[in-house]
Design a protein around this ligand. Structure first.
Ligand code: AP5
Ligand code: ZN
Length: 216
């Protein structure tokens, strides 16, 4: 199955992508994670992306698209994938459509995680990530047993640079201006399904899986 997860920053795309991809045995491809891995690794791509990410702006399309094309060409993505964080604007969606047509395929479904701005700010302000294994926690909604320490691997938890309050607000503006038009784009394509992303993580996963069974 070829899926896209779309939704505002902090909607829980990364959290849900992990469960959905594992249920469906398909790779989860997160452009945000790939950029962050490049930033940590100090690569040229990472240096370029960091400047945009720290401001909460989108990394230029040509850079992002080339990276996604490489990733989708890998063997494990040939029979299906779950894209988290891509496409992020209509030009990226159009390029993705052409790219998949070249591979002789297309998207099956786009899941929109629906959650309001207040909840987004609460989720992002409390998000903490493990420096060693990458697991994402939340200080209130999914806290580790010992504050600041990952239960899975004992690693140190940190707050993402783009989760500062003023950057969160800017990311929300960027979402509304550049990413929200994708909702009409994919509605017109007949493959958009909205999923209520409020409530416990497991309930959201169940709603997403039910939507997949109904529509895909
Ligand atoms: P990216 O990493 O994609 O950031 P984002 O879209 O802003 O999404 P987030 O990762 O912030 O949130 P999420 O929806 O994954 O939520 P999460 O599951 O962590 O992109 C970062 C940057 O990279 C961009 O700003 C841009 O610069 C660049 N970039 C990436 N893709 C690009 C592209 N295609 N084009 C150009 N630039 C691009 O959950 C958030 C918190 O809430 C966690 O703490 C979690 O534990 C908690 N939580 C999750 N679900 C629930 C729940 N149901 N109840 C309570 N808490 C919950
Ligand atoms: Zn860890």
């Amino acid at each position: 199955m070829r899926l896209v997860l779309v939704g505002p920053p902090g909607a829980g795309k990364g959290t849900q992508a992990q469960f959905i991809a594992s249920h469906l045995s398909i790779p989860k491809i997160s452009t945000g994670d790939i950029f962050r891995a490049n930033v940590s690794g100090g690569t040229e791509l990472g240096k370029l992306a960091k400047e945009y990410m720290d401001r909460g702006d989108l990394v230029p399309d040509e850079v992002t698209v080339a990276m996604v094309r490489d990733r989708l060409s890998e063997k494990d993505a040939q029979d299906g994938f779950l894209l988290d964080g891509f496409p992020r604007n209509v030009p990226q969606a159009e390029i993705l459509k052409k790219m998949l047509a070249e591979f002789g395929t297309g998207l099956d479904l786009v899941l929109e995680l629906v959650v309001d701005d207040e909840e987004v700010v609460r989720r992002l302000a409390g998000r903490r990530t493990c420096r060693s294994c990458g697991k994402v926690w939340h200080v209130d909604f999914d806290p580790p047993a010992v504050p600041g320490v990952c239960d899975v691997c004992g690693g140190e938890l940190f707050q993402r640079d783009d989760d500062r309050e003023e950057t969160i607000r800017h990311r929300l503006e960027v979402y509304q201006e550049q990413t929200e038009p994708l909702i009409s784009f994919y509605t017109d394509e007949g493959i958009l399904v909205g999923v209520d992303a409020t409530g416990p993580v497991e309930e959201v996963t169940q709603r997403a899986m039910a939507a997949l069974r109904r529509f895909a």
